[in-house]
Design a protein around this ligand. Structure first.
Ligand SMILES: *Cc1c(COP(=O)(O)O)cnc(C)c1O
Length: 431
């Protein structure tokens, strides 16, 4: 596979950009090899600047649920652009998008647009603290909610602990207010509430963890969180930045029938342009400035191009059978990978929910970050590299979910499974 152009561009990028990339995972550090510099993408396929083509399961990390360069998205953005690119003043389309979000997610009565998932979770937590007058928050080990200080925490050892700074530059004082519990562990969460509950403003959780692979909630986990929040007067925030429009019409909250007080959205809501949102009960959202006293603002919030792309995306996702199709595609991959691994005697656990899937080189179960971390990193690296050579672009890290789009046809899935058969053989030979 010729990679000379990507190799050259990576070298050049490293001179002016930290690590050569504008977001760390793009550098391929956990898998090695040359990160592909992209020339273009269409449908389910992405093409690098050496003209290698791949079936893409990253989908820009979630937004591209309709496939790349969808003609209706391109047309909507082009059309919006004719009237200007940003005004810093309200436009009618922002209400169209807010209404489209409310139609799909009934727990959201009012919604505020922001520009990234990081901003959405940060703002939702400020709101939760402002409303409750409490200072602590509780998050789960292995859940990712963007890179703001209080959320960039690692877990200490033990059951439920105070967060430790997840990066230099995050003062310990910022993470002292973050309590970290193991995902899917209701008992540990209850213990944490027994200790700090009177000062916990909110639980924030990925209802299906998608930033440690794909780890669905165990039966009763989300309902248990709802009950704990009600008992202690804390708010429940579902971070559906990844899952909101990906796993079902109505998101994970519809799928598991648990109603959060606040929801954060991102990725798909911007249709591939930078947009995100947070919303929920109207008595809570009424506290946001200028209606209320809790400050939050954004120069490019509700940007007309992003709103146009988001609107078309949400409209197309309202069609019948969309989520059934996505679920069938990702389940075919999860089941197919597991069958191939089993035949070759390779321990593997796979999961899929709606349009997302994940696989661990681990015999299972994988219900927590601790278990996910026990998966075989060398096997993942081999499999990833072999798949890339086969022309299949998976997320370059063992702790990321995979995404299918409506542009992935059964033929693409079959081709992917053929490639997986050959790639897994290389993993088996190396064992
Ligand atoms: C991607 C993601 C975020 C962060 O969104 P950005 O737009 O990258 O800031 C937050 N929460 C979850 C669940 C995510 O998957």
């Amino acid at each position: 596979m010729d990679l000379s152009n990507s190799r050259r561009e990576f070298k050049r990028a490293k001179r002016s950009i930290p690590g050569g990339v504008n977001s760390p995972v793009r550098a391929f550090n956990s898998v090695g090899g040359v990160p592909r510099f992209i020339e273009s993408a269409r449908g389910a396929r992405i093409r690098d600047i050496d003209s290698n083509e791949y079936i893409d399961y990253v989908g820009s990390w979630g937004p591209m649920i309709l496939g790349h360069s969808h003609p209706k998205i391109l047309a909507a953005v082009r059309d919006a652009m004719k009237s200007g690119t940003s005004f810093g003043a309200p436009t009618p389309r922002e209400s169209d998008l807010a209404e489209a979000i409310r139609r799909v997610l009934p727990s959201i009565q009012k919604v505020r647009m922001v520009s990234s998932g990081t901003e959405a979770t940060m703002s939702a937590l400020r709101l939760a603290r402002g409303v409750t007058g409490r200072s602590r928050i509780l998050k789960f080990d292995g859940c990712y909610h963007g890179h703001s200080d209080g959320l960039l925490v690692g877990a200490g050892s033990g059951v439920a602990t105070l967060g430790i700074p997840g990066s230099p530059g995050v003062p310990k004082a910022m993470t002292d207010l973050t309590v970290v519990a193991p995902f899917n562990d209701l008992k540990a969460t209850r213990k944490a509430f027994e200790k700090w509950g009177q000062d916990i403003a909110a639980i924030i959780v990925e209802p299906i963890a998608g930033n440690m692979g794909c780890v669905p909630p165990l039966p009763g986990f989300l309902k248990g969180l709802r009950a704990l929040c009600d008992e202690y007067g804390a708010l429940l925030i579902f971070d559906e930045v990844m899952t909101g429009f990906r796993v079902a019409r109505g998101g994970a909250q519809r799928l598991y029938k648990v109603k959060p007080d606040l929801t954060t959205l991102g990725k798909i809501v911007g249709g591939g342009l930078p947009a995100a949102a947070y919303g929920g009960r109207k008595d809570l959202m009424a506290r946001i400035a200028p209606e209320g006293d809790i400050y939050q603002a954004g120069t490019l919030s509700g940007n007309p191009l992003a709103v146009a792309a988001g609107l078309v995306t949400l409209e197309l996702l309202e069609a019948d059978g969309v989520y059934e199709t996505l679920a069938a595609r990702s389940s075919a991959l999860a089941v197919g990978f597991a069958e191939i691994a089993e035949k070759l005697g390779i321990p593997m656990t796979t999961r899929s929910v709606g349009g997302m899937f994940g696989f661990f080189f681990h015999p299972g179960p994988v219900d927590s970050f601790g278990q996910a971390q026990q998966s075989d990193a060398a096997a993942f690296r081999r499999f990833f590299s072999a798949m890339l050579e086969e022309g299949v672009y998976l997320a370059p890290s063992p702790y990321e979910a995979g995404f299918v789009s409506l542009a992935h046809r059964p033929r693409d899935i079959a081709e992917t499974l053929d490639s997986a058969g050959r790639a897994m053989l290389r993993v088996a030979r190396a064992r």
